[in-house]
Design a protein around this ligand. Structure first.
Ligand SMILES: NC(=O)c1ccc[n+]([C@@H]2O[C@H](COP(=O)([O-])OP(=O)(O)OC[C@H]3O[C@@H](n4cnc5c(N)ncnc54)[C@H](OP(=O)(O)O)[C@@H]3O)[C@@H](O)[C@H]2O)c1
Length: 254
């Protein structure tokens, strides 16, 4: 087999959907922690290129790759690229996600597929490819711990109107997290971060924001840095697996 192009001393972290927003903050934090970061984007090529430029200041080996997580073929190509470029993978963080309202009486097959395929099918196959590769590496180096962190949503536990395919897909991610944690223990620690509202849609108006704030006991919308702190914690913990960590300012207390 051909040797990877970048034979690295550094550990490698794959983050899906990190051209901007929360994924970008996580990618920069992982680079600052000393990882070579490979992240995926799908539509936002320009933003992704700007993110890569920032990442390479801290971690010159970092790469970006276009990938549609809803397509197994696209995921296979992305993992082939990773193996070729880096030859190793220690951490997977799945942030790629699709989100928009879908009033129940009008949910179409296309909407269902685009939400569930990206969020649930995409997360499943990304985890499957990564976990099998990590297990191969663990067989050669049993003292190494590998990690998978999925991004779900506290909405998985709320009965949100107008978001059935989205919330079901995020609940599915939480269950997959537990299934993978059991299947791949003890080599791979698999946990999920369930954010509350962290970044509002740029189109949100003042009323929408104040309605959301009324349901957050800690009195503020979250920031990507709040999620980064949770990633940092799970990346360094050694005795937590199959856990769903709510990072929601207390939103679930309502
Ligand atoms: N932001 C929040 O308040 C919040 C709240 C609860 C949960 N979360 C979860 O936390 C994570 C990060 O949040 P976020 O708001 O930063 O996410 P986001 O902006 O909604 O989505 C992240 C990225 O997913 C990528 N993506 C969409 N469809 C894809 C596909 N089929 N294949 C590959 N990539 C695809 C997009 O890439 P391109 O930019 O290249 O199109 C997008 O930048 C997500 O999983 C989200 O569901 C966020």
């Amino acid at each position: 087999m051909a040797q990877p192009k970048k034979h690295l001393e550094k550990k490698v972290c794959l983050i899906t959907g990190a051209s901007g927003r929360v994924g970008k903050s996580i990618a920069l934090a992982m680079a600052a922690k000393g990882y070579a970061v490979c992240f995926t984007y799908i539509h936002s090529e320009r933003e992704a290129a700007a993110t890569l430029k920032e990442l390479r200041i801290m971690s010159p080996e970092s790469e970006m790759v276009k990938c549609d997580v809803a397509s197994v073929k696209s995921l296979q190509e992305m993992f082939r690229f990773l193996r070729r470029q880096f030859g190793r993978l220690e951490v997977l963080i799945t942030t790629a996600s699709n989100f928009y309202p879908t009033p129940l009486p009008k949910v179409s097959e296309k909407e269902w597929d685009s939400l569930v395929d990206t969020n649930l099918k995409g997360t499943f196959f990304t985890m499957q490819f990564a976990a099998l590769w990590m297990a191969e590496q663990a067989a050669k180096n049993p003292s190494e711990l590998f990690r998978i962190i999925t991004l779900s949503d506290v909405a998985a536990e709320l009965v949100w109107r107008h978001h059935a395919p989205y919330t079901v897909s995020k609940l599915g991610i939480q269950h997959l997290t537990k299934i993978f944690a059991k299947e791949f223990a003890p080599a791979i620690l698999v946990n999920s971060i369930a954010p509350g509202t962290v970044l509002l849609n740029p189109k949100s108006d003042a009323k929408h924001k104040s309605d959301i704030l009324k349901k957050i006991p800690l009195g503020r919308i979250g920031e990507p840095e709040d999620i980064v702190k949770a990633v940092d914690f799970l990346e360094s913990s050694t005795y937590i697996t199959g856990h769903i960590l709510n990072v929601d300012g207390g939103r679930l207390l309502y």
